[in-house]
Design a protein around this ligand. Structure first.
Ligand SMILES: [Mg+2]
Length: 374
């Protein structure tokens, strides 16, 4: 049979086997150009076939699109060869012209901030910390922590992350900032009293509270269903969850994505989105990092103000929601952290967390100078 271009001789004989090796080529599920071989436990394989059959009949994104786009968003997987490196270089040059470095454009950015209050929004993974193999070890450096603290003492500052607040706070250990965890679905004000926090202590907002039991259940199911895939990791982010691909062999990405998607068939109130080596599962409420940005600006008294300059730095697809809000408001700047050209709603770019640190340092120095001059 050749359903989905998964090639096995017949469906019935495989029922007696413990494991099944299949060749996959040119398939809508697996878009690799050359055939790839997978060995699956028999039960898993049958479930995959079942899920693939269901996939054929619905309009949800195909596994291949998740996997392809995950490869594209991973800087270690630049699709270039000596043959097309000239056009790649041209693309990179035209991209950097459209989204210039925030370091090069620093003066323009601070000029735009004259007479306005800068409010800083910072993503965590890939922005303040490098993307590491083990997401539990995505530590922030001491130097970066000190810089973020300086930023928070000079400007209202929020960390906006897909992680749970507890997890990101355990990394950052700063009390001076706002935390918007679970993709903005869990917002807390600074624990320390400072000029920005007096009326905003404690929990500010949890728009997805009713989804807590569902998320906890799905975490357990996913842990069970993905434990046969080496390196697969399910992270409970309280109001949402992440399935990390970072430690999974790339050949197994389609299988892992398929497992995740098959679980979600039973949970129509949960949405699946893709990030850098991660699939994110979130409640289908209309709330994202962009909404969190709006909420925080409003809480700070800048809901309809012209006297604010929000700056949002992030590296992920989910940060695009915030970049888009800034574009729509015609206010402030989105800065995308990326070494490779990507479609983005940001205005500027920075290559990696060390450039983010440099930018934040310069911002603090600029602020100190401006205060001295006043
Ligand atoms: Mg990130």
């Amino acid at each position: 049979m050749t359903s989905q271009n998964v090639i096995v001789s017949d469906r019935n004989p495989i029922l007696g086997l413990k494991t099944i090796t299949v060749s996959v080529s040119n398939s809508p599920l697996f878009s690799n150009s050359s055939p790839t071989y997978f060995t699956f436990p028999r039960r898993t394989f049958l479930k995959l076939l079942e899920a693939a059959d269901k996939n054929k009949n619905n309009n949800t994104p195909k596994i291949a699109s998740f996997v392809d786009s995950m490869r594209d968003s991973s800087p270690t997987r630049l699709r270039s060869s000596s043959h097309d490196s000239v056009s790649d270089n041209n693309n990179k040059t035209s991209w950097i012209v459209r989204f210039p470095s925030a370091l090069t454009m620093f003066d323009e950015i601070v000029n735009a901030a004259k007479g306005k209050q800068i409010v800083m929004f910072l993503d965590y993974d890939g922005t303040l910390s490098p993307i590491v193999e083990d997401p539990d070890k995505a530590y922030i450096t001491h130097e970066m922590k000190e810089v973020v603290k300086d930023v928070a003492l000079n400007f209202p500052t929020a960390i906006v992350t897909g992680r749970s607040i507890d997890k990101v706070r355990s990394f950052v250990k700063l009390n001076e900032i706002y935390y918007a965890g679970s993709h903005g679905m869990d917002i807390e004000g600074p624990a320390n009293e400072n000029s920005y926090s007096q009326s905003n202590q404690g929990v500010l907002f949890q728009p997805a509270r009713e989804f807590l039991p569902m998320i906890e259940k799905v975490v357990k199911i996913l842990e069970e269903k993905t434990k046969w895939i080496p390196g697969a990791m399910v992270e409970n982010n309280k109001f949402c969850l992440s399935v990390h691909f970072r430690r999974v062999d790339e050949k197994m990405w389609p299988a892992l994505a398929e497992q995740v998607k098959s679980v979600l068939l039973d949970y129509p109130k949960l949405n699946l989105t893709q990030g850098r080596k991660v699939l994110e599962i979130r409640p289908t409420i209309k709330w994202d990092k962009g909404q969190a940005l709006k909420f925080l600006l409003k809480s700070l008294g800048f809901g309809n103000s012209e006297e604010v300059l929000p700056v949002y730095i992030g590296d992920d697809r989910t940060d695009e929601d915030a970049f888009k809000v800034l574009r729509e408001r015609g206010q402030g700047f989105g800065i995308l952290v990326s070494k490779v050209p990507k479609d983005t709603n940001a205005s500027y770019s920075l290559q990696d967390p060390s450039q983010v640190k440099e930018f934040l340092k310069r911002l603090v120095e600029w602020k100190r100078k401006t205060v001295e001059e006043e």
